[in-house]
Design a protein around this ligand. Structure first.
Ligand code: CO
Length: 200
């Protein structure tokens, strides 16, 4: 049986390194988590939440799926949001998309992608909401990049529309929803300037 020994080896080295720098780190962290951030991002292997914002275990609650979509009927995502807001009391929810997103690109072609086409339909909806703007962009790369941005902005709206977030806003809970985008080519984040801090 193949056991992926190399991964267990690197895990041990990683844990030892952290324990050396901060003795008792894991023991301490095992008792509770108090992250300030909920990260909703793409499942893409090149966009790992903690690494990008350089935060250690315990600092970010994370939900990832293909193309960072927040669907009103997705019990998985809704449960993550509820737990993060009501129990962990995170102060920030970050929806982070990325340029060069394969899911967004796939939503733009007519190929058969199998099951995932159902999921990508949510991004085709985003296109439809913004078709006037997107249709006017001739350059295919620019069009794709803009759809990546608009997808994030729409998902920020979807987060705000959840019962959990609306209730938190009504109760005056300190909660901010952000829309960010990441560029694979330089590893840098950009704030899309759509932060929501209450019922508006
Ligand atoms: Co992606």
């Amino acid at each position: 049986m193949k056991t992926l020994k190399s991964l267990f080896d690197s895990n041990r080295i990683w844990a030892e390194q952290i324990e050396k720098e901060q003795p008792g780190f894991f023991e301490q962290l095992s008792k509770q988590q108090t992250p300030e951030y909920l990260w909703i991002g793409c499942a893409d292997s090149r966009v790992p939440a903690n690494e990008i914002i350089n935060l250690p275990p315990g600092e970010v609650f994370v939900h990832r799926n293909i193309a960072n979509v927040v669907v009103h009927t997705d019990l998985n995502c809704l449960s993550v949001i509820q737990y993060a807001v009501e129990v962990l009391k995170v102060k920030h929810i970050i929806v982070c998309g990325h340029y060069g997103c394969g899911g967004v690109a796939a939503s733009l072609d007519d190929n058969d992608h199998g099951l995932i086409d159902n999921w990508l339909q949510h991004i085709r909806d985003v296109y439809r909401f913004h078709s006037a703007e997107l249709d006017s962009i001739e350059d295919p790369t620019a069009k794709k990049e803009r759809l990546c941005e608009l997808n994030v902005i729409e998902q920020v709206g979807n987060v705000c529309a959840t019962r959990t977030v609306r209730t938190a806003f009504k109760n005056g809970q300190n909660l901010n929803i952000h829309g960010w985008i990441y560029r694979l080519e330089d590893g840098l984040l950009q704030d899309l300037g759509v932060t929501v801090t209450g019922l508006e």
